[in-house]
Design a protein around this ligand. Structure first.
Ligand code: HMG
Length: 339
């Protein structure tokens, strides 16, 4: 029956209703009407993890402080991954307690990335040194075997075994778990990714206990057309409210891809101030889509993000100077030049 319905011309709005109805068994008639888009700034983690020169913990803390003051409500601050794999995140146990002791209770979510139970246990341990709890953990898997092995030394299925153990630890400690699924458009090692595999793995991540899955175009090769094709398939399997988009800007498509996802009803967007970022294990990947560019476009379309674009742009300019690199955000550069 679903195949018959989907063969007919269909609007995005209808598609989303069908997707929800299929999963929930109820018939819903409208798409999301929310005007608010959640922005999850991942620059202290995804943005910095690939920097060759060591970035001082104090610099990371100031970045987090500036993002907080610019109105970000969700910031991914570090990764409890093996420091042998990602040395740049090796200061997680110093940084995270400092973040929690300064900001815990201010209404902002300071989340961390972890690949396994050990990472979550370390995050819990480091938060407990200042009498705090971990705000949220993000686990990460891939929709391609090549990237899964390069990034985490394990197959997709072995990754899920690790996630189940990790989620058990998170549950026992009352910590919400977000999921990342990388290479949802293509993999630098395996080539194009099938949208139906992305849908299957997204559903699997939700089934094991993630509250949301962030779909990552890790190497930024997607276009609005491929993003739409991928999301259309995913939304046949899972509710829109449990999907986020994580775009990289390698081919300059980042904002267009985010807007396509938002047009389709997605209301959770990952981005990185100054367009910082890239994954050390994704050959050819450049920075994340810049938070400034995304916020500028969303505000221009009448969406609300709760973010002060001037303060955000100054933050992008500041961190780019600190890292001695060009500010990759066009909106950020233009805004700062007029301040
Ligand atoms: C998954 C592992 C650990 C497997 O790495 P492995 O070497 O296969 O692990 P292992 O289980 O055999 O253990 C080896 C050693 O690592 C230790 N270990 C084990 N776990 C941890 C941990 N959590 N923290 C610290 N240490 C850990 C473990 O204790 C042991 O220590 P030793 O006995 O040798 O001293 C490794 O591959 C790893 O840490 N990978 C992380 C890679 C990474 O962080 N990549 C970037 C993030 S993903 C990304 O950027 C994409 C995303 C999310 O942004 C979305 C997108 O753009 O698509």
């Amino acid at each position: 029956m679903w195949k018959d319905v989907l063969r007919r011309p269909i609007t995005t709005e209808k598609l989303i209703s069908f997707s929800r109805a299929k999963r929930t068994g109820r018939c819903l008639s409208t798409t999301t009407d929310s005007n608010f888009v959640r922005i999850i700034d991942v620059s202290p983690r995804d943005g910095l993890q690939n920097e060759k020169a060591a970035v001082e913990t104090e610099t990371k803390l100031e970045l987090i402080d500036r993002l907080t003051k610019a109105g970000l409500k969700e910031i991914e601050v570090t990764a409890f991954v093996s420091p042998k794999w990602v040395p740049q995140m090796g200061d997680h146990s110093i940084l995270y307690p400092k973040v929690l002791s300064k900001y815990d209770g201010n209404g902002v979510k300071y989340s961390v990335l972890a690949p396994n139970a050990k990472g979550i246990e370390q995050a819990i341990e480091s938060a407990s040194t200042v009498g705090k709890k971990v705000h949220e953990v993000a686990i990460f898997g891939a929709a391609s075997e090549g990237f899964s092995y390069k990034n985490t030394n394990r197959s997709i299925d072995q990754g899920f075994e690790a996630f189940e153990k990790a989620i058990k630890v998170a549950r026992e400690n009352d910590i919400r778990v977000r999921g990342y699924l990388s290479t949802v458009i293509a993999c630098p090692y395996d080539g194009p990714t099938s949208p139906s595999l992305v849908a299957k793995l997204t559903e699997r991540m939700l089934d094991i206990g993630c509250y949301e899955v962030s779909l990552g175009d890790t190497i930024g090769v997607g276009t609005p057309a491929t993003i739409e094709a991928m999301l259309s398939e995913v939304l046949k399997a899972v509710p829109l409210s449990q999907i986020a988009i994580h775009a990289h800007d390698t081919y300059g498509q980042g904002v267009a891809n985010v807007l396509k996802a938002v047009e389709m009803g997605v209301r959770s967007v990952d981005s990185s101030v100054g367009g910082l970022g890239g994954c050390p294990y994704a050959k050819g990947a450049s920075g994340n889509v810049s938070t400034e560019d995304v916020v500028y476009a969303l505000h221009g379309l009448g969406y609300d993000t709760g973010i002060d674009l001037n303060a955000l742009s100054l933050t992008g300019s500041w961190i780019s100077n600190q890292l001695n690199r060009a500010n990759a955000s066009k909106a950020g550069r233009a805004i700062v030049s007029k301040l």
